[in-house]
Design a protein around this ligand. Sequence first.
Ligand code: DQQ
Length: 595
Amino acid sequence: MARLGLAVCAAVCFHLCILISSSSSIPAETGSHAVRRTAYHFQPAKNWQNDPNGPMYHNGMYHLFYQYNPRSALWDTGNLSWGHSVSGDLVNWAALPTALDPTSPFDANGCWSGSATILPGGLPAILYTGIDSRKQQVQNVAFPKNPSDPLLREWEKPARHNPVIALPADVPGDRFRDPSTAWLGGDGLWRTAVSAEVDGVASTLVYRSSDFLRWERSAAPLHASRAAGMVECPDLFPVAEHGRAGLDTSANGAGVRHVLKLSVMDTLQDYYMVGWYNDTADAFSPAEPERGDDCRSWRRLDYGHVYASKSFFDARKNRRVLWAWANESDSQADDVARGWSGVQTFPRELWLDEDGKQLLQWPVEEIETLRRKRAGLRRGGTRMLDAGALQEIVGVASSQADVEVLFKIPSLEEAERLDDDPNRLLDPQKLCGEKGATVRGGVGPFGLLVLASGDLHEHTAVFFRVFRHHDKFKLLMCTDLTKSSTRAGVYKPTYGGFIDMDIEEHKTISLRTLIDHSVVESFGGGGRACMTARVYPEHAAAARSSHMYVFNNGSDAVRVSKLEAWELATATVNGVGGGGHGLAAAVAPARHSDA
Ligand code: DQQ
């Protein structure tokens, strides 16, 4: 124990270590790639996946479609299909045959991203982008072949109607894609948003239709970002001004705001703006016009490694749920060796913060069904983290865990000042890079070290740091991957974002982190800032055990007023893992709880 404690100190330069006990082990697995496969994040059994497509709740079942290459672990437009899985609880999934394959002239070169809409009467419809036989992007429709099949296994792409939206004359053939979930306007017409580059401007076009088959473009785009390059995967959805309840995508009127989310191809980041949508003009007015038209200056959906997110209204639980793709960050050769690539973030419930400007995101409550062993403080207990403290959280297998910590900040007196150089406030990611977990501060850095080897040569740090800029306090959240793996050829950045909350008033900051072998998905400040990272620790493959700690490397003490770490069971995800296999196990929870 003492030897380990010294190694810990040496490796990360904490000046006081409190090592509570040794770690627990994760269940036996074979080979490094098996260790990196996630236990409760969505991924197909094998091969490539990227964007989540057409999520919906229909007839007691959740459906998730996704960009899928059924032939290999690499992206290849010629093979891109819609993978299809169903679930009763958003946790356990059963794989079905692909729903859309590139077999028609209007999608011969790929079935790209799109969305699902439940039409009145309950018939689901898919709108998706086809790369046609001339390699041009067009929008197509598909309907279930047998609408009374509870699993909606087969989908038809009516050749008579497709493409339902042809390439417009003012849009290049490779810049027109990703139709959104449709919504009904007050005039009874459907609308869908489609990304396009119009005269060199990244635009979100709106199309209207009375029958879902014939679509007409609205005069002005919903949004145009002159300098942003191409944007992708638009999502426009309503949120209640107050409270957590989600709204059907067609909801509008008093007490409703709208969120416009865009994915920017150049930065591979998702950005959103809260505002108001007017269905007469198909216009969107931002709640924060001062952020400008360039969506790259809007709020970030996640400060880490996710892209192409898409939300849906879950009528079963009256909530809005979001999925997003978290790509691998090692090499294509690794993808091939693993035989798979890409995971989805754990589904997140989202709603509007009371400030009316930012979203709150939180893992859906069904994650609790996976909770097994609990470790941490007893309920109501607290623990002081003095300057330099490093305390191990023991008793749970920390490679698949759900950890929540509440830090109370007794005083902000020692917050580091950034008065001299306000420019440093402009780039939180850079600031996190300069002021990593081992760089001592005043108030912070404090947070979690996860997926750590016993000697701490490998670890991923998720932490906070408070700065003072004149009379204002700024709360920085970081995920530092620089020591996440000893392997070369892996992308190991430090992610960073400021959390938009009044830390002077709250004096408390929460951190929830979902750890799942190669995923570290964190929610700071009650879900005001999210940060998802992909990590490839070598020690996990070799030693089959990982450690997890709370730490404080600031000069001021912080108090931990809640610490709860849950070991999570392995879910049944597309035939891999879990106790049961196949359809029955994946859909059983819905049947059970709907009964
Ligand atoms: N991925 C899809 C496109 C979309 C992009 C192709 C975003 O439809 O624009 O796989 O990741």
